[in-house]
Design a protein around this ligand. Structure first.
Ligand code: HEC
Ligand code: HEC
Ligand code: HEC
Length: 493
């Protein structure tokens, strides 16, 4: 039996008893016009704020920087997923969409032309309040310029993941959050923080590890996870493995600026989240996020004894005894001649981070000890900072560390990383050239693919989904399940 047939059968099972969506069911909550007493300018401002907090622009930006034009590539373990044009163009974007159709895409990942992959964080946005969805829709359709072209390349996933209908089963099992009504809770309060973290800010889409089927593992909520080649650290309240040892002020400073001296700097996806979203948020909202994070149940990494920023200054090396050669420029290293970590460090890093890793006195160039990128349980952020550099627009200017990915080969990056780890960071960590190569590509097959291969994925997901969809339909029939998304969904292949 072909995989497609298995998928087809599974889907039949899932869809039994389902019919086309009833437009009238939720139309009453959504109207594409502003309601009586609604001020358009205020709505647009609110929608723009939601869009910022939710990072819509970061992912949906065009290759040339055109807002909401689409084209940004997201490396997923299953292949490259391309964000679409969501400007109000009627041909290429969402210009022809009613608010109801928009809300369904945003919260359920279901569009008129098929299911979305969860690279679009709809499992988090599922919890977005009706008011915020409405404001977002009005903002996107009234205040954003239509872009009359689509991304030049589309999403390319290998079989069977190119079958979007598979996501129906996935959604039935894994995407079951309901809209929260927390949008308007007390400013600065924990509940507002919960809404910003869990829903709009979709922090868990990066910071929560994923299970065998690539869904967030809620039992490890915010417990730290690999994203691309980077590592989004544990941000639970645990004082050793998480942010429990950060003060509320430090968290607010990090979220606004991306840097806290003696602790951490933001690069990769976190730099983007700050640049496009968090740095523009109201103080109250950042404080709410900090308070909520400090209330998230702690998760401790087995065997970790001190926080990642807890590594103190080590004994300085005896540089005088080193034969450093005469040309210390990074370019001189490019030929792969040196895989001597200390030499590469002196050539490529010490100008800014200083010979003994202490950084500059103002910490504009930060110290490499007392730094979560070097003292934690993963070498990924150190390696990726070297490969990709750091680039972050802040409210006070641009922060840049040059990328060495083209200057240094994998063996050299491994060598300098191991030098930094052993001198300034967690000496129990090390990284191989092969691992550096893997982080560079930013892809790892999910466990389920490793174990069963693509056909196994279909069977495993399908089997699980069929079981759960059955349960969900049963609950619906009994009338105690308002999350009957599966039963209501229309599938177009
Ligand atoms: C982490 C990246 C990311 C963020 C953040 C993000 N999106 Fe998306 N979005 C995507 C990707 C990728 C797709 C295409 C997915 C696919 O092809 O299955 C998509 C698809 C969509 C679609 C479907 C468009 C179509 O034509 O099918 C809509 C609508 C959408 N996003 C709206 C939004 C809005 C509104 C926000 C902010 C609240 C947002 N997105 C935030 C990545 C993102
Ligand atoms: C696109 C992925 C992504 C999203 C979304 C994201 N983060 Fe992060 N976060 C990261 C990565 C990667 C790092 C590590 C950055 C580095 O050290 O260069 C990080 C680092 C952090 C840190 C510093 C932790 C440490 O130990 O150094 C905090 C705090 C944090 N994130 C909070 C948040 C919050 C709160 C949200 C939601 C509002 C969020 N993040 C959303 C990827 C993400
Ligand atoms: C031209 C100056 C410069 C050079 C050279 C440089 N860095 Fe950096 N580095 C920076 C700046 C600036 C930051 C970010 C500071 C901030 O975010 O506030 C940074 C941040 C870092 C971080 C933290 C990244 C994170 O994601 O948390 C690490 C680790 C790091 N550098 C290691 C290195 C290593 C190793 C080298 C040599 C291969 C190097 N740097 C070379 C300027 C430099």
């Amino acid at each position: 039996m072909t995989v497609r047939k298995i998928a087809g059968l599974v889907l039949c099972g899932i869809l039994m008893g389902s019919g086309p969506a009833k437009a009238s069911e939720s139309a009453s909550i959504f109207s594409s016009q502003t309601g009586p007493g609604e001020n358009l300018a205020q709505l647009i401002a609110r929608g723009a704020y939601v869009a910022r907090t939710a990072d819509c622009a970061a992912c949906h930006v065009g290759a040339d920087g055109a807002p909401y034009a689409g084209g940004y590539e997201i490396a997923s373990p299953l292949g490259t997923i391309i964000a679409t044009n969501i400007s109000p163009s009627r041909t290429f974007g969402i210009g022809g969409w009613s608010e109801e159709v928009f809300a369904r895409a945003l919260r359920m990942g279901v569009t008129p032309h098929g299911n979305l992959y969860p690279a679009m964080p709809y499992p988090s946005y599922a919890g977005m309040s009706d008011e915020d969805v409405h404001a977002l829709y009005i903002y996107l359709t009234h205040a954003v310029k239509p872009v009359e072209r689509g991304p030049t390349v589309g999403t390319r996933l290998s079989f069977p993941f190119n079958l979007r209908t598979l996501m129906t089963g996935w959604n039935a099992v894994f995407s079951r959050q309901k809209p929260m009504a927390h949008a308007a809770t007390a400013p600065g309060g924990i509940e507002r923080g919960r809404y910003l973290v869990e829903v709009v800010g979709h922090c868990s889409s990066c910071h929560t590890p994923r299970n065998f089927a690539m869904a967030e593992d809620r039992s490890q909520f915010l417990g730290g996870a690999a994203v691309g080649g980077w590592f989004a650290p544990n941000i639970t309240s645990d004082p050793i493995s998480g942010i429990g040892g950060w003060s509320e002020d430090e968290l607010v400073t990090y979220l606004r600026t991306g840097a806290v001296a003696g602790k951490s700097q933001a690069a990769g996806g976190m730099a983007e989240a700050i640049e496009h979203g968090l740095r523009h948020l109201a103080d109250d909202d950042l404080r709410a996020i900090a308070r909520y994070l400090k209330s998230v149940p702690p998760i401790r990494e087995a065997g970790q004894r001190e926080p990642a920023y807890g590594v103190a200054f080590a004994q300085p090396s005896n540089f005088e005894a080193l034969n450093l050669g005469h040309d210390r420029s990074p370019a001189a290293m490019r030929d792969g001649a040196s895989t001597q970590g200390e030499q590469i460090y002196v050539a490529a890093c010490a100008a800014c981070h200083q010979l003994h890793g202490e950084g500059t006195s103002d910490q504009f160039y930060p110290s490499l000890y007392a730094n979560t990128a070097t003292g934690g349980t993963s070498p990924r952020n150190l390696v990726m900072a070297i490969v990709k550099g750091v680039h972050r627009e802040t409210n006070d200017g641009t922060v840049v560390m040059p990328a060495f990915g083209a200057e240094l080969n994998d063996a050299q990056i491994a060598a300098v990383s191991n030098y930094v780890l052993s001198r300034f960071g967690n000496p129990h960590l090390s990284v191989s050239a092969a691992e550096v190569a893997g982080y560079r590509i930013g892809r790892e097959e999910p466990l389920v693919v490793k174990l069963f291969g693509p056909a196994g994925v279909v069977a495993a997901l399908g089997g699980l989904a069929a079981g759960l969809a059955g349960m969900s339909l049963a609950r619906r029939r009994r009338g105690d399940g308002s999350d009957g998304a599966v039963a209501k969904m229309r599938i177009e292949d």
